[in-house]
Design a protein around this ligand. Structure first.
Ligand code: IPM
Ligand code: MG
Length: 373
């Protein structure tokens, strides 16, 4: 008998609940042998417990093979503090994005974001776009190493090693904020390697490193050096290097020229939203947060609180994330069948959610996909 998977289900909040329901409908139809374990995460846990990602949830995740994640609201530091239960305010609770924390705690260093223009989707910017973004998911500008106010010792230490700090000598500590962009050789090598492996597995002829090594001499420079050294091991795949700003322009100009794109965390965050829009918007953008032994699959879109519970949003991003999960579990046939069912509903054009100019609900779309399976 096939193994029974243990899959944690974190619906989160906002439309997370709606799209997770859609995912379950489709998974039940595929008849994957799995236990689904509801796992607390989201804004209400922040407000009531001062922690959007309670430790009990981490414990569940550690006992699961992988997880599905719906969506989560994240707000600025000040807004988060205001919405905290009155008895928790002023007690030093700090809101951190649970998904970013999960990526880092479970070392899910690959954020895979495929963006495909499915035939017949009237929202496609061009036909035949097929891009897979590999976003480094644990370091870069998301390192969490930030300062405000800027401690004098840190300022002095930096000044000792880098004269560029002198330009800010006249700025007082409470008028300067600093975020560190951390790129490690290990981090650079493993994301670039995953990108090349994926290109080889799925038949892409090129990998494009989109960084900014003309300005970020050290961090982008390190990524670039490592990428060129790794490329030697993949003589069948061409490595190209671009600057991220120009890359955004080229993606609009010639999206069909690109296959696999690899980049650091924040650039990947930005370029993946742009690439999503090329293939119909966030309703079509799936992602996998993948480590060596654990992975979390989530739509790229946020929690869209104004649509919460209305079953309005397009679940295709979530369903394509389920497809990525099935791939990762090694259920390649089921993954391919699910993708084919989604593609066929899109091509058919009869069931369309509001973003596609139709009136179908989240559930109508999930049903249509389930019926094709
Ligand atoms: C994404 C999102 C997240 C990110 C937010 C919700 C923390 O924009 O997954 O792209 O910044 O990574
Ligand atoms: Mg983003």
């Amino acid at each position: 008998m096939a193994a029974t998977y243990r899959i944690a289900v974190m619906e989160g909040d906002g439309v997370g609940t709606d799209v997770i329901e859609a995912a379950r409908m489709v998974l039940d139809r595929i008849a994957t042998n799995a236990d689904y374990i509801p796992t607390d995460v989201g804004w209400e846990f922040w407000c009531n417990e001062g922690n959007a990602l309670p430790e009990r949830s981490i414990k569940i995740l550690k006992e699961c093979d992988c997880a599905l994640f719906g969506a989560i609201t994240s707000k600025s530091k000040d807004e988060a503090e205001r919405e905290l239960a009155p008895e928790l305010q002023g007690k030093g609770f700090v809101y951190r994005s649970p998904i970013v924390e999960l990526r880092q705690r479970f070392d899910l260093y690959t954020n895979l974001r495929p963006c495909k223009a499915y035939a017949g989707n009237s929202l496609n910017y061009r036909d035949d776009i097929d891009i897979a973004i590999f976003r480094e998911n644990t370091e870069g500008l998301y390192s969490g190493i930030e300062f405000f106010p800027f401690p004098d010792e840190v300022r002095k230490a930096i000044g000792k090693h880098n004269r560029a700090m002198d330009r800010f000598n006249d700025v007082s500590s409470d008028e300067i904020a600093i975020s560190l962009r951390v790129i490690t050789k290990r981090g650079a090598r493993r994301i670039v390697t995953r990108a090349f492996e994926y290109a080889r597995d799925f038949g892409y002829s090129s990998v494009t490193l989109a960084e900014k090594s003309n300005i970020l001499l050290e961090t982008s420079g390190l990524m670039s050096r490592e990428a060129w050294s790794i490329a030697e091991e993949y003589p069948d795949i061409e490595l190209r290097e671009t600057n991220i700003d120009a890359q955004m322009m080229w993606l609009l100009k010639n999206p069909n020229d690109y296959g696999v794109i690899v980049t650091s965390n924040m650039f990947g965050d930005i370029v993946s939203d742009l690439a999503a829009q090329l293939v119909g918007g966030l309703g079509f953008a799936a992602s996998g947060n993948i480590g060596e032994e654990f992975a979390i699959f989530e739509p790229t879109h946020g929690s869209a609180p104004k649509y919460a519970g209305q079953y309005k949003v397009n679940p295709i991003a979530m369903l394509l994330s389920v497809k990525l999960m099935l791939d990762w579990l090694g259920e390649r046939d089921k993954a391919a069948a699910l993708e084919a069912a989604i593609a066929s509903v899109i091509a058919d054009g009869r069931v369309r959610t509001y973003d596609m100019g139709g009136l179908a609900s989240t559930i109508d779309m999930a049903k249509a996909v389930a019926e094709r399976l």
